[in-house]
Design a protein around this ligand. Structure first.
Ligand code: WTA
Length: 654
């Protein structure tokens, strides 16, 4: 191999693999040469169907951009995740829930989870929820979140999980867009010893009207005092107690909508990514099994919140479809101290641990001691997702957490892709720190140059995919034109991920980061346009531009440049401006959710714009990172002197 740092699969791991290197090569060949036959076989063997599909892929990356897989198949997701395991492992643990406070836990067997899901499915039906209706889920990391998601799938309702860190206005926009009839929420959530007032956020989100929500089901988590709207707000526990534990799973067409998950795009409001039933579930199950070399009976832990795609595919659907025991943790990695995660691994004998680079970097700063205080002997595979992992963090994760004993798998994928697209299975592919390695069978990544031509061999370009895969998103909820525009217009005929990538001499892929105006803060996607519009809504702000700058822990941090309304600017001295900048950061956080509060806000006299009025964020990025020598071509700026004026402001502030 060309790079000096290559971590080969250890012989013992390779020898005991569920799918070995030879089988994997055959799978890859089969998927490439006869995709329909390969995926139909996978679909039939990995999933239970009410009616087995005979049709494979029917997808078009042009024209109507319709994407369909297994369209004559009928199945139910909750039956695949629960019912089919009852015959052989009803008493095995499906879900281990670990509470924020140490010593608090719950274990749900497949039988328990099945019963709760059936009850809640009946609760939803009693509230008038029917096939195709949308149900919003705004819950903390509690077992009831998994119950609510699976209950939706049981009756064919479409869930939209909203991250419990969102603000009322973020939630309101999403509720309105998806047209949810019912919201499932909690009085409060617990995280790191703090409480988050979830019900109050829903109340505020619904105050403005605009969404068709008729019912709010409230789970009591902390027992906090909450406002109650008679007729609208119902108690989770009361409804569950009264509901029947029998509920026949609804046979769904493979292409029936399964869930909507909102994610940030480079422009405008968040995009409602739609996944459908058969292809998504197969992709989650297939990749979970192959990439992590999952073995029955193992305890698997993905730390992602259910509010993100990783929590959907690898916290719930993939592992449960494969009959795994999935661990759900309510808290944060550093509460009550930086040893918490490692203690959980020992306590529950976790074999597979899947987390994000931002968490690894945060824990790295606490040193090796909290890790070394645990044994971690149960670990067999460790993995990462969310952004390119910097080699320093990779090596620490590998050598300190994994003790150089277990493989570390990097997985590149997106909300839109449903599951892993580039990842080297733990027992099969040699790893290189910082590279997501090789594509999953059937995935055809392509790097396109500026002219839209494929780069052959070693090289760099826009990371696209040439052919559909079963887990691909099908559309943006209610806006198929935007779907085409967002993913297929820059490079016609290809799915464009928005990321840039490089391929090395071994065919390994290295993701170089977003090519659009999406900023990745602690693994959370934030559109610069969203933050800019939140800032512009503040009465003191005339205009704002937001870029991402490197940050040691978060990967990237937000840097906002704001132009104040003339009257506000005139009345402020330096201290007043600083106070206003702090207020603006808080304001953006309260509009979008705290994770979207900029780290830096700088008042500037003007913004660098092209003659057609487009903000040149590229120039702002260079200014923010003090790379003034490499500003690039600024001749297209309407007024090149703006750059000096901004630099002067930055210097005056420092
Ligand atoms: C980035 C999360 C490099 C990338 C599953 C992508 C990564 C975006 C990796 C999707 C990785 C995710 N290496 N970059 N292993 N994983 N990304 O939709 O920019 O929240 O486009 O999905 O995260 O983020 P999303």
């Amino acid at each position: 191999m060309s790079d000096s740092q290559v971590f080969h699969v250890k012989p013992a791991m390779a020898a005991s693999a569920q799918v070995d290197a030879t089988q994997y090569r055959l799978m890859t060949n089969h998927a490439e040469h006869d995709a329909d036959a390969f995926w139909l076989e996978q679909a039939r063997t990995r999933l239970d169907w009410v009616r087995e599909p005979t049709l494979g892929c029917n997808a078009h990356f042009s024209g109507d951009h319709a994407i369909r897989w297994f369209e004559d198949g009928l199945l139910n997701v909750s039956a695949n995740c629960l019912d089919r395991h009852l015959a052989t492992r009803a008493d095995d643990i499906a879900l281990i829930w670990v509470g924020d406070e140490e010593g608090v836990e719950k274990r749900l067997s497949f039988r328990d989870l099945h019963e709760q899901v059936c009850r809640f499915a009946n609760v939803l039906k009693d509230q008038g929820v029917r096939r195709g209706d949308r149900v919003a889920i705004f819950l903390p990391m509690v077992p009831e979140a998994a119950v609510a998601m699976l209950a939706c799938t049981r009756i064919g309702a479409v869930h939209s999980v909203m991250f419990a860190g969102f603000s009322a206005s973020s939630v309101a926009g999403r509720l309105e867009d998806c047209g949810a009839k019912v919201v499932v929420t909690a009085d409060e959530g617990r995280r790191g010893g703090k409480r988050v007032r979830l019900k109050a956020i829903i109340d505020e989100a619904l105050e403005a009207g605009g969404s068709p929500v008729e019912t709010v089901i409230v789970l009591r988590v902390t027992g906090a005092e909450i406002a109650r709207q008679p007729g609208r707000d119902l108690d989770y526990a009361e409804l569950m107690a009264a509901a029947s534990p029998d509920c026949t799973p609804e046979p769904m067409a493979a292409e029936d909508p399964l869930f909507i998950l909102y994610t940030s795009g480079s422009t405008g409001k968040p995009k409602g990514v739609l996944h459908t039933t058969g292809g998504y579930l197969l992709w989650a199950a297939f990749t979970h099994s192959i990439v992590f070399d999952y073995r029955p009976g193992e305890v698997y832990w993905c730390t992602a919140d259910i509010g993100w795609i990783t929590g959907h595919s690898y916290g719930i659907y993939g592992p449960l479809a494969n009959g795994a025991t999935t661990l759900m943790f309510e808290g944060v990695p550093t509460y009550p101290d930086a040893g918490r995660w490692w203690r959980i691994i020992d306590q529950y004998q976790v074999t597979t641990f899947y987390t994000a680079p931002t968490a690894i970097r945060a824990l790295m700063t606490a040193g090796d001691a909290p890790v070394k205080a645990s044994s971690r002997a149960s670990l067999r595979v460790i993995a990462t997702v969310g952004e390119t992992i910097n080699p320093e963090a990779w090596l620490w994760y590998y050598h300190v957490v994994g003790e150089g004993r277990v493989p570390l798998v990097d997985t590149w994928w997106q909300t839109e892709t449903g599951g892993h697209l580039i990842a080297g299975p733990a027992a099969i592919v040699a790893q290189k720190p910082g590279s997501a390695t090789l594509p999953i069978p059937g995935v055809l990544p392509v790097l396109l140059d500026e002219k839209g031509q494929p780069v052959e061999g070693e090289g760099e370009g826009a990371l696209c995919v040439a052919k559909s895969w079963p887990g691909q998103m099908r559309t943006l909820w209610g806006d198929h034109d935007r779907f085409i525009q967002s993913y297929f217009s820059t490079y016609p005929g290809y799915y464009f991920s928005g990321d840039g990538g490089r391929r090395d001499a071994d065919g390994y892929y290295w993701v170089t980061g977003r090519m659009d105006d999406v900023i990745n803060v602690s693994g959370h996607r934030i559109g610069s346009a969203e933050v800019e519009s939140a800032l512009a809504h503040h009465p003191a702000v005339a205009e704002a531009a937001v870029v991402g700058v490197p940050h040691d822990l978060k990967g990237q941090a937000l840097f906002a440049f704001v132009i104040l309304c003339a009257s506000d600017l005139a009345s402020l001295d330096a201290a007043g401006q600083r106070a206003l900048c702090d207020e603006l950061a808080r304001h953006a956080g309260s509009v979008l959710g705290r994770y979207a509060a900029p780290d830096h806000v700088l008042v500037v006299p003007d913004l660098p714009k092209t003659r057609s009025g487009k903000i040149m964020r590229r120039v702002l990025r260079k200014i923010a990172t003090n790379e003034l020598d490499s500003l690039g071509d600024t001749s297209t700026l309407a007024d090149p002197s703006v750059v000096d004026a901004i630099v002067e402001r930055l210097r005056a502030r420092d």
